[in-house]
Write a protein of this length. Sequence first.
Length: 159
Amino acid sequence: MKDYWPVAELDAVRRLRVIARSTPGAGFAEQLIDAPLDQVWALASDLENQLPVMITDIRSFTVTSAVGEHLEARARSPLGLRTRFDVVMRPGWCLMQSRFVLGGMAAVAERDGTRFAFFGALRLPGTGPAGRALDPLMSALAARALRRFTDRLARPGAG
């Protein structure tokens, strides 16, 4: 007898959406962008230059090591707070986590453009499901980050 297992293939944006919806205290935003995937991802994957533009709580983001798809980075806030991030970076996929923050971006080609998604969550100890109370605030922040990204992408010479 042969066993047949169900298979569910999810593209990068759908995977990020699943992570966001299963994470308390998370915000998620996505948009169809009228630009090719290569152009969108070239800008998004430039973490050192783009994250401080997209997220106002990051003054600087510096990649400190890179081995294949695994990166380590240090982020600094405008108040001088610092944290270390572990990052997985692949074409169309970026997932980042520090002790208190989880975030990511994803992009897939769709029609004549690119579907791009941004996700951010606070990892607050002891909040569990109570962290869901933060979802509306985090969703607004994710939408703002996405808007800042698309505004920058629309500018000639962005990057």
